[in-house]
Design a protein around this ligand. Structure first.
Ligand code: BJ8
Length: 426
């Protein structure tokens, strides 16, 4: 292990022994799941590198930025606008985690029947294994689902830099006003943190940067309509996950490079899987690194994933922000309008999401949809029933899977996935 990193982690207050154990599990899983795939686009080498340095070089870069006066803001939700952070000379990083850690300690703060995503975030804090969280100058908690909302009350006793953002639950005029008000409050808080006043020019520039990275990922998504499918769902998910950690401009360039390569593959009819391999659309809860269990099960069971209807996927990147405003206020309105379209299951009613899933299934020519919920995630579990009905009406088969971060149910989930794939085969 690089000694420079060890002292960096030590200075951040990480538990080196636990952190080593985490990195070794992560490294092995990565090797078995990602590197074991055949015929990957060469451009994925960039993402392999990013993942191998996700707690190393990237953290060093963030700490170097901090030395130059930049602030780091951590977030658990795609409702936290990166544009505002960037415009005020701050870097936004995702803090959600996808592995169980320090569960005994976690259950001293949270009930056992809390979703794995929330528990995992606490586990990474309590187990002192997340260098992103320890580097953050501000941690944003948002009032989305009840689990997160109440968990942040406890998180406030573990960190001293928690900022709470309120969020609407309905797509009404009042809901939009609340979001606009909260984004303004967030803008003021970020300006106070960084000491940098956001200007029309800096906000426009930030919008362009974030639009570019969203467009690149969306371009990659669109290429997955091709038959045979040119890139695996696992690799596409990885790019969507790295979105939350990497330097935005570098990330955009890397994704666009892969797109060029994938376009070439499509021209040559080169696929990651044979033609007629059953195509699956994955829909539901976000999948944070290293939560790769279900995609790995699907893609080792004879199917290929062609899209992710998720915040780590199309829900997070499909809408862009208009950058035509000529004042900060106009641009803040455009940011509000863009984020207000995010169709998270915490909204009621949430018809847009149902329509979007049906639409995605058609666009990506999916043979079936697997709706994925983390256990105890009430918004998505409740919504999985109307999702299934909406798909049924269009004769699109749907399999609902509820799982967690543990590996105990792999056999059982695989059996159900295999049966579903058999059913949707031509
Ligand atoms: S906009 S999906 S990132 S809230 S899995 S913690 S919903 S109980 S993550 Fe999310 Fe923002 Fe919505 Fe997206 Fe709660 Fe469910 Fe757990 Fe969840």
């Amino acid at each position: 292990m690089n000694n420079e990193y060890v002292s960096m982690w030590k200075d951040l207050g990480l538990n080196l022994e636990a952190h080593d154990a985490l990195l070794s599990v992560l490294g092995n899983a990565y090797k078995d799941i990602f590197l074991a795939q055949k015929n990957r686009p060469e451009g994925m080498g960039y993402f392999d590198f990013v993942m191998s340095e996700v707690h190393g070089l990237r953290i060093k870069e963030l700490l170097d930025e901090k030395l130059q006066g930049r602030k780091i803001i951590g977030s658990y939700c795609v409702f936290v606008p990166e544009e505002i952070a960037l415009a005020a000379n701050a870097t936004l990083v995702g803090l959600c985690s996808g592995a169980d850690f320090a569960m005994e300690e976690v259950e001293r703060y949270l009930p056992r029947n809390t979703c794995a995503l929330i528990k995992s975030s606490f586990g990474f804090k309590l187990g002192k294994v997340c260098p992103y969280l320890e580097s953050a100058d501000m941690i944003v908690g948002e009032n989305t689902c009840d689990g997160k909302k109440k968990a942040y009350e406890s998180l406030g006793s573990l960190v001293d830099n928690l900022y709470i953002m309120d969020l609407p639950q309905m797509k009404s005029d009042q809901g939009r006003d609340l979001l606009r008000h909260e984004y303004n409050r967030f803008k003021n808080a970020v300006e106070e943190l960084t000491g940098v006043a956001i200007t029309t020019a800096s906000l426009k520039e930030a919008i362009k940067t974030v639009n570019a990275k969203r467009s690149a990922l969306h371009r990659l998504s669109m290429l997955r309509k091709a038959e045979p499918v040119p890139i695996s769902g696992l690799d596409a998910l990885l790019a969507n996950q790295v979105f939350f950690y990497d330097n935005p401009a570098r990330f955009t360039e890397a994704v666009n490079k892969i797109c060029d390569e994938v376009e070439n593959r499509i021209e040559k009819k080169q696929g990651i899987a044979l033609e007629k391999t059953p195509r699956i659309l994955l829909s539901g809860c976000p999948m944070a690194v290293p939560n790769w269990k279900l995609p790995w099960i699907i893609e080792t069971s004879g199917a290929v994933i062609v899209g992710e209807e998720s915040c780590v996927g199309e829900r997070g990147v499909r809408n862009l922000t208009k950058d035509s405003g000529t004042t900060v206020d106009e641009l803040m309105d455009a940011i509000t309008d863009r984020y207000f379209k995010v169709d998270c299951a915490i909204f009621t009613p949430n018809e847009d999401r149902l329509e979007h899933i049906v639409d995605m299934a058609k666009t990506y020519k999916a043979d079936g949809v697997i709706h994925y919920c983390l256990q105890f995630c009430h918004p998505y579990i409740m919504e999985s029933i109307p999702v299934e009905k909406a798909l049924e009406e269009k004769n699109i088969p749907c399999l609902r899977i509820e799982t967690d971060y543990g590996m105990e149910d792999v056999g059982q989930v695989k059996t159900r996935v295999e049966a579903f794939i058999e059913l949707i085969k031509d």
